[in-house]
Design a protein around this ligand. Structure first.
Ligand SMILES: [Zn+2]
Length: 310
């Protein structure tokens, strides 16, 4: 299988370099992710198809930089099927005849078959597509080389689910991940382990802060991110809140979980989101990728100036 990367043509302050979609040529020409409907993307798609008609688009998740191009593709290629895990209340934003797919399904694509792997966390409907023969994974927004994926809890992001999804993909032992942002990830296991280790370290710091009596997100953030300037505190607080959410779901530390829940109960829902990182150092523009939802312009300066706040 030789998937062809096709850029969605959507670079910008909110998407960084923009999205990659992947064309799988063959008997069932398949596109992974729809992009945003840019004419140039569709032109390049037609050119890459080289004659045969596109049969289906598999969408990794319902964030707009992955799904919003569906109507434009449908207009130009009415025969195409659009398939994703349902996200009730959101899929209707892009009016095509979405067909639901579920974890464990096998889907014909190109001249081969892909397994559907549900990997929630970044989004509740997030799917990866697994090609067992080559151990290649279409990763969507699960991981991005060299930088971060964020977990927008106000859009049903879930840090605990995200960590479980990373574990699940690590267990597949992929040889290569083709992501929707950034370069292809060769030998992804070290990167997946680094994501997990980083999150565990942060979680243990949050739990330790709870143990020491910190009882507000700011107090926990101040303890973890010592010397933090005020302008980056909102992002530190958001990360703390995401961890509190994950911690409060655990059963092993009931007393701390109770305090985490009490703190969370006092927070407005919309402020709870986070970014995950493999050691982000405030340099990479990838951090603002896939940002059509949680990370808006007002947050960008904090992101640019921050150091490993996730
Ligand atoms: Zn996304």
């Amino acid at each position: 299988m030789n998937p062809i990367p096709l850029h969605a043509g959507n670079p910008g302050p909110l998407t960084g370099g923009g999205n990659w979609t992947w064309l799988i040529p063959g008997r069932v020409p398949t596109l992974v992710d729809a992009g945003v409907g840019e004419a140039r993307h569709l032109d390049e798609l037609v050119q890459a198809l080289g004659g045969p008609a596109l049969r289906q688009v598999l969408v990794t998740h319902g964030h707009s930089d992955h799904a919003s191009g569906a109507p434009a593709i449908a207009e130009r290629m009415p025969q195409v099927r659009f398939r994703k895990m349902p996200w009730p209340g959101r899929d209707g934003r892009w009016p095509v005849a979405w067909e639901g797919i579920e974890d464990g399904e096998t889907i014909e694509a190109g001249d081969t078959r892909l397994a559907v792997v549900h990997t929630p966390g970044h989004a509740p409907d997030h799917l990866c597509f697994w090609h067992a023969e080559t151990r290649m994974l279409f990763g969507g927004d699960l991981v991005i080389q060299g930088t971060t994926v964020h977990i927008p809890a106000d859009l049903q992001g879930d840090l605990a689910a995200y960590l479980a999804s990373l574990q699940r993909v690590l267990a597949l032992d992929p040889a290569r991940i083709l992501p929707a942002h950034g370069p292809s990830i060769e030998d992804p296991a070290p990167l997946l382990r680094a994501y997990l280790a980083h999150r565990r370290e942060r979680e243990s710091q949050v739990i330790e802060a709870l143990r020491c009596g910190a009882d507000t997100p700011d107090a926990i953030a101040a303890r973890i991110y010592r010397g933090l300037s005020g302008d980056v505190m909102p992002r530190a607080r958001a990360t703390v809140l995401a961890h509190l959410q994950a911690t409060s779901g655990g059963l092993s530390l009931p007393r701390r979980a109770k305090r985490a829940k009490q703190i969370l109960a006092n927070q407005p829902r919309a402020c709870i989101f986070s970014l995950t990182s493999t050691g982000y150092q405030g340099r990479s523009p990838w951090l603002v990728r896939c940002s059509s939802f949680a990370v808006r312009g007002t947050l960008a300066p904090w992101i640019r100036s921050s150091t490993s706040l996730t």
